[in-house]
Design a protein around this ligand. Structure first.
Ligand code: BDR
Ligand code: CA
Length: 306
C-alpha cells in the first residue's frame, strides 16, 4: 500500500475522499491534516475526526493546521453549509480532539521519518503546504508527489469560473508551492466537473444498503443541491478524483506545463494560468490533469464504498 498524508477541509467531497483513502487497500493513511476552507478550521477539523471515527479509524491522527490563509483575509465556502458538512446532521460530534502538534510540524515530522519519499494529497486551500515549504524546506525532497485538487486550466465552458475555490482562497500559498520545486500534479475544476453524480450514480449508491452507503447518500443529496445553485451543475467529485489518483493514476491523462498564479488581478486573483504555448519561457512546474475516465473513477469509488 502507498503511504500518504492527506491535507483537507471537509467539506462533503473531502469527506468522500477520506472514506476512500481509509477503505482502499492500496492506501495506507498515515495522518490527516486540516485547513480552513469549506468551513472554519475548528469545523473542518471536527468533521475530519467525525468521519474517521465513524469509519472506526480512531487511530488515524488528525492535526489541525492554519486557521486563515497566509496573506489574505479568511474566505469560507458556502456550498457545504456553515458547519462544512450540513448534509450529515446525524454524525456524532467527535469524542477526541486533534493531536497537540500543528499540522505543518506533523507533516514535517512524518516526511522526515519516512524511509522513502512520500505522496501528499491536498484537497483544500494550500496554506498548510505553503507554510511547510517556508518552515521546513529540509523535508521537501521527501515529497515524492503532491496531488492537489485545485486550479482551473481549460476554460471551455461558461459554467467554469476563472478562479477555482482552493486557489482563490490562498493564492500566495499556491505560488509558494509552485515555486518550491515539489513535484505537483494538479487536478483542476475543468476535469473534476466532468465527474458528476447523476441519476445512474444515485441508483448505484442506493443499492449500497449499509450505514456508510446511507451517509454518503445524505452527503451527496445535500451537496448536489447547493452546488447546482452556485455552479449550475451538481455533485462534482472534485476531491475524490484527486485522491483516487493515488490508487490509479491512469484515471486521468496529465501533461507538464508552467503554471502561473495571478496574485493581483481585480477579478482574477487566484487564477491559474497555464503556459501551453511556452510563451513565458519559464520551466514546467506542474503536471495538470486534462482528461478523465469518469466511468472508471465511479467504478473505483463504488467498489470502495461497497
Ligand atoms: C474545491 O472547493 C471545495 O468546495 C471542494 O471541497 C473542492 O476541494 C472545488 O473547487
Ligand atoms: Ca476540499
Amino acid at each position: 500500500a502507498t503511504p500518504i498524508l492527506y491535507d483537507c477541509d471537509p467539506g462533503h467531497d473531502d469527506a468522500i475522499a477520506l472514506v476512500m483513502a481509509h477503505r482502499s487497500p492500496a492506501i495506507d493513511l498515515l495522518g490527516v491534516t486540516t485547513t480552513c476552507g469549506n468551513a472554519e478550521l475548528e469545523r473542518t477539523t471536527a468533521n475530519a475526526i467525525r468521519v474517521l471515527d465513524f469509519l472506526g479509524a480512531t487511530d488515524v491522527p488528525v492535526a489541525a493546521g492554519c486557521a486563515r490563509p497566509l496573506a489574505r483575509p479568511l474566505v469560507l465556502g458556502t456550498a457545504d453549509g456553515p458547519s462544512g458538512m450540513d448534509g450529515s446532521p446525524y454524525l456524532p460530534e467527535p469524542k477526541r480532539g486533534p493531536i497537540a502538534q500543528h499540522a505543518v510540524d506533523f507533516l514535517a515530522e512524518k516526511l522526515a521519518a519516512a524511509a522513502e519519499p512520500m505522496t501528499v494529497v491536498a484537497t483544500g486551500p494550500l496554506t498548510n503546504i505553503g507554510l511547510l515549504v517556508l518552515k521546513h524546506p529540509e523535508v521537501l525532497s521527501k515529497i515524492k508527489e503532491l496531488i492537489w485538487m485545485g486550479g482551473v486550466f481549460y476554460r471551455k465552458s461558461e459554467i467554469i469560473t476563472p478562479t477555482e475555490f482552493n486557489a482563490f482562497c490562498d493564492p500566495e500559498s499556491l505560488k509558494i508551492v509552485l515555486d518550491s520545486g515539489v513535484p505537483i500534479t494538479m487536478v483542476g475544476l475543468d476535469v473534476t466537473m466532468q465527474v458528476l453524480i447523476e441519476a445512474d450514480q444515485y441508483e448505484e449508491l442506493g443499492r449500497i444498503d449499509t450505514q456508510l452507503g446511507k451517509l454518503v447518500m445524505d452527503w451527496l443529496r445535500f451537496y448536489e443541491k447547493l452546488h447546482r445553485n452556485s455552479m449550475g451543475v451538481g455533485g462534482a467529485m472534485h476531491d475524490p478524483l484527486a485522491l483516487a489518483l493515488v490508487i490509479d493514476p491512469t484515471l486521468v491523462r496529465t501533461r507538464p506545463v508552467h503554471i502561473g498564479v495571478d496574485l493581483n488581478g481585480t477579478y482574477t486573483f487566484g487564477a491559474t494560468v497555464a503556459d501551453f504555448w511556452k510563451e513565458r519561457g519559464e520551466p514546467d512546474n506542474a503536471r495538470i490533469a486534462y482528461e478523465v475516465d469518469a466511468d472508471r473513477f465511479f467504478k473505483l469509488m463504488f467498489d470502495l464504498l461497497r
